[in-house]
Design a protein around this ligand. Structure first.
Ligand code: NAI
Length: 257
């Protein structure tokens, strides 16, 4: 049997790397994307290969069409197929600024990566998945978008991030609807506060908030929490739920009194 292939964007560290580990354990071969040079990623790539997975590194900026094309070309050349796309790559604002002060440059940087990159990579991969599905009706495919509780929780000091993640949410629904006829499910995973490099700079703030009850489950999330949710989705454990949001936030989004 041929092994299935998963592309994880921004997979070299943090949540993406946690997802990659879970999918390697699940028996997937991987196309790991990130923007850093491969020579800097020897350790994470070795760790993934130690699970028995074939792993290729597809360096490329998902915010640019050239970057997206080169990622897909490399997967086509190397594996010739792609079953799973995990749109994980994302950036925080370079500097948190009040929405009364955000510049267009700040806004564009976040939107281009988190929303535009996710949308157009999904578009390119969807077209390829449809071709594969037409050639082989038994071909299994799915797309998973990593959004954030910021898709619905307003933070006025990073409006561009919230808007991008709200857009990722609608992207999930749009592609779920469009790909329905091809039996390609699309899901959104909405993480809360996860311990990664992205949140390292706000660790003290969130340590305190978590201690004070920010989440129902009184701890930071870890990349493996998200990876396990992705593994369940790609295994097909949610066969009648396309377009849905899976919360991975320790109960943070439950309104409480
Ligand atoms: P991170 O900053 O630790 O890792 C992100 C990875 O994406 C990095 O390796 C980075 O090089 C890569 N990347 C950034 N821009 C890229 C681009 N244009 N093309 C390709 N790769 C790119 O971040 P973290 O925390 O692992 O976040 C992963 C995703 O999860 C992001 O979309 C983020 O918005 C989302 N998220 C994170 C949460 C958290 O608390 N850490 C909470 C909710 C969502």
């Amino acid at each position: 049997m041929t092994r299935k292939v998963a592309l994880i964007t921004g997979g070299a560290r943090g949540i993406g790397f946690g997802i990659a580990k879970c999918l390697a354990k699940e028996g997937f071969d991987l196309a790991l994307n990130d923007i850093r040079d491969e020579s800097l990623l020897e350790a994470p790539l070795r760790e993934l290969r130690n699970f028995g997975a074939k792993v290729i590194y597809c360096r490329g900026d998902i915010a640019s069409s050239r970057g997206r094309d080169s990622i897909i070309d490399k997967i086509k050349t190397h594996y010739g197929s792609l079953n799973v796309l995990v749109n994980n790559a994302g950036v925080a604002p370079r500097e948190r600024k009040d929405i009364l002060e955000t510049t267009e440059k700040d806004f564009e940087f976040v939107i281009k990566t988190n929303l535009q990159g996710t949308y157009f990579l999904s578009q390119a991969v969807s077209n390829w998945m449809i071709e594969q599905k037409k050639a082989d009706p038994g071909f299994q495919a799915c797309i998973i978008n990593i959004s954030s509780i910021s898709a619905t929780v307003a933070s006025v000091n990073r409006g561009e991030y919230c808007i991008a993640k709200a857009g990722v949410s609608m992207t999930t629904q749009l592609f779920a609807v469009r790909l329905g006829e091809f039996d390609i499910p699309v899901f959104e995973i909405r993480p809360g506060v996860i311990a990664t490099d992205m949140t390292a700079g706000v660790k003290d703030k969130y340590d305190k908030l978590i201690e004070e009850g920010l989440c129902v489950q009184k701890r930071w999330g870890i990349p493996n929490d998200v990876g396990l949710a992705v593994a369940a989705l790609v295994r097909g454990d949610f066969p009648y739920s396309t377009g849905q949001v899976i919360m991975v936030d320790g109960g943070m989004a439950i309104p409480r009194l």
